[in-house]
Design a protein around this ligand. Structure first.
Ligand code: KIV
Ligand code: ZN
Length: 514
C-alpha cells in the first residue's frame, strides 16, 4: 500500500543516554556511556543526546568525553532555561565537532501552576532567554516545550514563536506523559506548522512517551503531520514506560516507506547488536516478543507458520531478519511444531528419512517436548540414531552454605536408574555457586549468553521461571526450569542444557560421588 509520492529524510535523535539513562534500572557509568555513544554513531543516528551536564559532575564528565571522542553525529545536551544549566552544557560541549544545546521549559497549565509557579508571560520570557543564551554558545539550538501535548494550542504557538525569534532551529513537541493518540498528534503537528511564525525555517520534532503503548504510533503520526525529527531510544528505554523505540520506528519507516514517505540514515543491520550492547551494559534484557530485537521476532514454532515459511517466507515475515542484524529466521522445534519443519531440519542435518522413520522421530520429538522447551539439533540426531531418550540428570537436593564473600553450593543429582552425583563448589553468590557445582558434577561447562528469572502466577501459587542460554560445541542451547524456589528453577534450567549436551556427546558424566 502506498500513500506518499516522495521520500523525506527523517532525523533520528537518540536520547538513550539522557531520557533512557535517567530512568530506574538504566543508569550507566561514564565509560559505558562513551562506549554506547560510539555505537550510536556507528548505527548512523543524527543526534546523540549525551546527558544533562548540570545534573552531576559524573554526567558532566561523561558528556565532555563523548563530545571529545565521538564523531559522525551531533552531540546534544539538555538544559533547563537556567543560565547555570546552559553554561554547563556549553562547557561540556567545548570540544564537540557538531554541538547542540537543547533547552526546555514546561508549558502546560498543570506544570505552569504546580511545578513552575509561573504565568504564561513568565514562561515565554524564560523560553526566549534560554534560547538566546544557548545561541551565544552554539548555532544549533533545540527548544522543547515540556508537556506540550497538554498545553493550550494558541499558547504553545506563542511559546514556539518566541523560541524561533530567539534563534531556535528545532522545535520539539514532547508528549511528556504519553497521553496523546495518533490522530491528535498528527493534527497538532499540522496546526503548529500552519501557525508558528517562521515554521518553514525550523525542524519540528516529536518526543513521544509510551505510557499507553502508543509512542511509536504517535511518532509515526507526527511524521505524517510534518515532524522531520523523531526522538527515540534503543529498546524504547526512558522515563516510566519509556520513549519510542528507535528500532521499531526506523523499521516502520523502512518497511512502510511507501506509506509514510519517510526514511532515515540508520544502518539497520546494526540494530540488533546495538540493542544487545545496551542490554549487556544495563543488565536488562528485552522481552522475547519485542519487535525487531526480541528473541521471538523472527522465530516460528507453530506447525502452520513453519509450513508457510518453508514454502515462502513472505507468508509470515514482513522484513528479512538479516536487514536488522539477525543471521536468519529460526524455525524453533517445540511442542507446536509440525512434520514439515522437523523434516526440513533433518534434511539440513543431512538425514533423508523414509516416512515411517520420520514418524518415529516426530513421535520421539513430541515426547521430548513434555520435559524440555525446544528440540535442538543434538536431540534430533539422537532420535534418528535410535538412541534411547532418557530424561537425564535431575536435582534431588540443593543447599547452600555461606562463607562470607563466597557461597558454597551442594548439589545431589540423580538419574532414572537411581545413580547419584554429589558435588559442592564455591562461587560469588548463590547462582554462581550452584552453576559451578553443576558444571563440576556433570563435566559440562558453558558461558552463559543470557539468564533471566521471572515470577509466574501470583501470591502463594507464584513460581519462579528461569530461562538461560549458553554456547557450547558451536551451538546455542536454551534451557528452562520452573520451581517455587528460584534457585532450584535456575539449576533445572542449567541441567536442561547440560542433559542435552551429554546426550549429544554420548558421554557419561564424570562421577565424583562423595
Ligand atoms: O519528556 C519530555 O518532555 C522530555 C523533555 C525534557 C524533552 O524529556
Ligand atoms: Zn522525555
Amino acid at each position: 500500500m502506498t500513500h506518499a509520492n516522495t521520500t523525506d529524510r527523517i532525523r533520528i535523535f537518540d536520547t538513550s543516554l539522557r531520557d533512557g539513562e535517567q530512568s530506574p534500572g538504566f543508569t550507566m557509568s561514564a565509560s559505558q556511556k562513551i562506549a554506547f555513544a560510539h555505537a550510536l554513531a556507528d548505527l548512523g543516528v543524527d543526534v546523540i543526546e549525551a546527558g544533562f551536564p548540570n545534573s552531576s559532575p559524573a554526567d558532566f564528565g561523561a558528556v565532555q568525553a563523548i563530545a571529545r571522542e565521538v564523531r559522525g553525529a551531533s552531540i546534544a545536551t539538555l538544559a533547563r532555561c537556567h543560565p547555570g544549566d546552559i553554561e554547563a552544557c556549553a562547557r561540556a560541549l567545548d570540544d564537540a565537532a557538531a554541538p547542540r544545546i537543547h533547552v526546555f521549559i514546561s508549558t502546560s497549565p498543570l506544570h505552569r501552576q504546580h511545578k513552575l509557579n509561573m504565568s504564561r508571560e513568565q514562561v515565554i520570557e524564560h523560553a526566549a532567554m534560554g534560547v538566546q543564551l544557548a545561541r551565544k554558545h552554539v548555532d544549533d539550538v533545540e527548544f522543547s516545550a515540556e508537556d506540550a501535548f497538554r498545553t493550550e494550542r494558541e499558547f504553545l504557538v506563542e511559546v514556539f514563536d518566541a523560541a524561533v525569534a530567539a534563534g531556535a532551529r528545532t522545535l520539539n513537541v514532547p508528549d511528556t506523559v504519553g497521553y496523546a493518540t495518533p490522530e491528535e498528534i498528527r493534527e497538532l503537528f499540522r496546526y503548529l506548522r500552519a501557525n508558528v511564525k517562521g515554521a518553514d525555517g525550523v525542524t519540528f520534532s516529536a518526543h513521544c512517551h509510551n505510557d499507553l503503548g502508543l509512542a511509536v504510533a504517535n511518532s509515526l503520526a507526527a511524521i505524517e503531520g510534518g515532524a522531520r525529527q523523531v526522538e527515540c531510544t534503543i529498546n524504547g528505554i526512558g522515563e516510566r514506560a519509556g520513549n519510542a523505540a528507535l528500532e521499531e520506528l526506523v523499521m516502520a519507516m523502512k518497511v512502510r516507506g511507501g506509506w509514510y514517505g519517510a526514511d532515515t540514515c540508520i544502518d539497520t543491520r546494526k540494530l540488533l547488536e546495538t540493542s544487545r550492547l545496551l542490554s549487556r551494559i544495563t543488565g536488562i534484557q528485552v522481552q522475547r516478543n519485542k519487535a525487531i530485537v526480541g528473541l521471538n521476532a523472527f522465530a516460528h514454532e507453530s506447525g502452520i507458520h513453519q509450513h508457510g515459511m518453508l514454502k515462502n517466507r513472505d507468508t509470515y515475515e514482513i522484513m528479512r531478519p538479516q536487514d536488522v542484524g539477525w543471521p536468519d529466521s529460526q524455525l524453533v522445534l517445540g511442542r507446536h511444531s509440525g512434520r514439515a519443519a522437523v523434516a526440513d531440519r533433518l534434511r539440513q542435518l543431512g538425514y533423508v528419512l523414509e516416512d515411517e522413520q520420520l514418524d518415529q522421530v516426530i513421535a520421539g520429538a513430541k515426547a521430548l517436548t513434555q520435559t524440555q522447551h525446544v528440540i535442538g539439533d543434538a536431540d534430533l540426531q539422537r532420535l534418528v540414531e535410535g538412541e534411547r531418550y532418557g530424561p537425564g540428570w535431575r536435582i534431588s537436593a540443593l543447599s547452600l552454605t555461606d562463607y562470607g564473600q563466597h557461597t558454597r553450593a551442594h548439589v545431589d543429582l540423580s538419574d532414572p536408574d537411581g545413580k547419584h552425583l554429589l558435588q559442592s563448589a564455591e562461587g560469588e553468590g548463590p547462582i554462581a555457586a550452584v552453576f559451578a557445582a553443576l558444571a563440576q558434577a556433570t563435566g559440562v561447562d558453558f558461558e552463559l549468553e543470557s539468564y533471566e528469572v521471572h515470577s509466574m502466577g501470583i501470591g502463594r501459587d507464584a513460581r519462579g521461571e528461569a530461562n538461560l542460554s549458553g554456547r557450547i560445541d558451536g551451538e546455542t542451547l536454551s534451557g528452562q526450569g520452573t520451581s517455587r524456589d528460584v534457585l532450584e528453577a535456575s539449576a533445572i534450567a542449567w541441567l536442561d542444557v547440560a542433559n542435552r549436551v551429554l546426550r549429544a556427546r554420548q558421554a557419561q558424566p564424570r562421577v565424583e560421588a562423595a
